[in-house]
Design a protein around this ligand. Structure first.
Ligand code: DC
Length: 236
């Protein structure tokens, strides 16, 4: 393989970044890669979700960029990773409280998309994300390859058709009885907002490898990523 990307020195922590729209399979791919390489997972969407939740609890409007930015100044978020049956399971802790379930509601999905529009919020969360990734990790989000870790070597942009992504989200929410059409509308609305915001919009980094999971099994996407990384690290 003729690939002149620099090979990281053995001492540098491994960093793999995955960006893409909601429902493309990023979380599953990122989790499986973290398991494969034995490194932590950094779910940056969970950080925006936690900010939306804490903002709501403190009576701060999701439209109030300066107040939300202020909230990031001292933002005691932590991830606790455990293993259940060989699978990584991650808890999101805010000031020691497990908020993993509370941040996954449709309302907080909407709130996270809204709070993420503000420059004060994005700037405030930048160092937090970099500090959490310092020891190496698989980082997933919307602007990992473009803004947070522009120097990462292994950047992937995972996408899929709107229909395929809505179907996946619907299957995840199956127990809640939401209609597929409603899920599709929600995904479309969030996509539009995430892609059209002025600050760090969802776009693929010029040097990211784009993978379309519309007609691929998630396991095949994971294999492809592992193969690409192995190709880069194979001695010439
Ligand atoms: O990945 P997710 O669905 O949990 O993310 C929730 C929202 O957070 C998403 O609509 C946009 C925002 N987000 C962001 O702006 N930048 C990131 N790196 C991750 C998420």
């Amino acid at each position: 393989m003729n690939d002149d990307s620099p090979t990281p020195p053995p001492s540098s922590p491994r960093l793999i970044v995955i960006d893409g729209p909601a429902g493309a399979g990023k979380s599953t791919v990122a989790r499986r890669l973290a398991e494969h390489f034995g490194i932590p997972l950094l779910d940056t969407g969970a950080i925006y979700r936690t900010l939306a939740l804490i903002g709501q609890r403190q009576g701060i409007a999701w439209s109030d960029g300066p107040a939300l930015g202020q909230l990031t100044v001292d933002f005691p978020i932590a991830f606790k990773t455990g293993e259940v049956g060989g699978r990584l399971v991650q808890q999101v802790l805010y000031d020691g409280e497990d908020v993993s379930v509370a941040i996954r509601t449709p309302m907080i999905s909407e709130g996270a998309s809204r709070v993420s529009q503000h420059s004060e919020v994005r700037a405030g969360l930048l160092d937090i994300q970099r500090a959490l990734a310092a020891g190496g990790c698989v980082a997933e989000g919307r602007d990992m390859g473009t803004v947070v870790f522009p120097d990462a070597r292994d950047k992937f942009f995972l996408t899929a058709s709107l229909e395929a992504r809505a179907r996946r989200r619907h299957a995840e929410l199956a127990v809640s009885g939401v209609e597929l059409a409603e899920v599709q509308r929600e995904v479309e609305r969030r996509d539009l907002r995430d892609q059209s915001r002025a600050e760090a919009p969802l776009v693929q980094a010029a040097d990211a490898v784009v993978l379309d999971s519309s007609h691929l099994e998630i396991a095949d996407v994971v294999d492809r990523v592992i193969e690409i990384i192995a190709g880069r690290e194979r001695p010439a």
